[in-house]
Write a protein that binds this ligand. Sequence first.
Ligand code: MG
Length: 218
Amino acid sequence: MPSRIVNNREYQIGKILCIGRNYVDHIKELGNEAPSAPVIFMKPASSVIGNGNTVFIPAYSDNCHHEAELALLIGRKAKNVSESEALSYVAGYGVAIDLTLRDVQDELKKKGLPWDIAKGFDTACPLSAFVPAETISDPQELTIRMTVNGELRQNGSSSLMIRSAAQLISYLSGIFTLEPGDVILTGTPAGVSRVIAGDRLCAEIPGAGRVEVSIGHQ
Ligand code: MG
């Protein structure tokens, strides 16, 4: 099982709760409507890989997109927590790439079917190391960058989230008990684009984390 260490404590990665459509500029680029409630989906822990690892795009897709996102690592059990106390449940901050099979997702969306095979396949969640939460003074003032082969594709700010990290934790904790090792991916800013075999991907949040992976040939 994948794990991450923060402040000398090892966290086995649990459920990975992902937020869709949390940045207005990204909603526009995909032609989606702004949701009245957060769009939530999950990735399994088995989709997690780490720095230096290789992504394998499944054969059933011909259009895999990168989505760089601020990742929150939950440090203690949270159920029905208020927005004001929500950030105290975060053990660490990092960065993830929410790899998305856009063609597969679009087909499933049209049919009203779940997205799991577009979002949860093996290697679909490159995840950085986490910095201790106390080193981040404000998670809504972070820069999120994504480069592909050294070219800048995403350059956003967590200040542009529709729902903040604290709001998301509070909301999610009313639906799912959050447990130590659970991860929340908070949505991606604009600039998503296709990646192909041979590409080198790097997602970075200065001060919080960096994860670099390559796309492998099947
Ligand atoms: Mg995403």
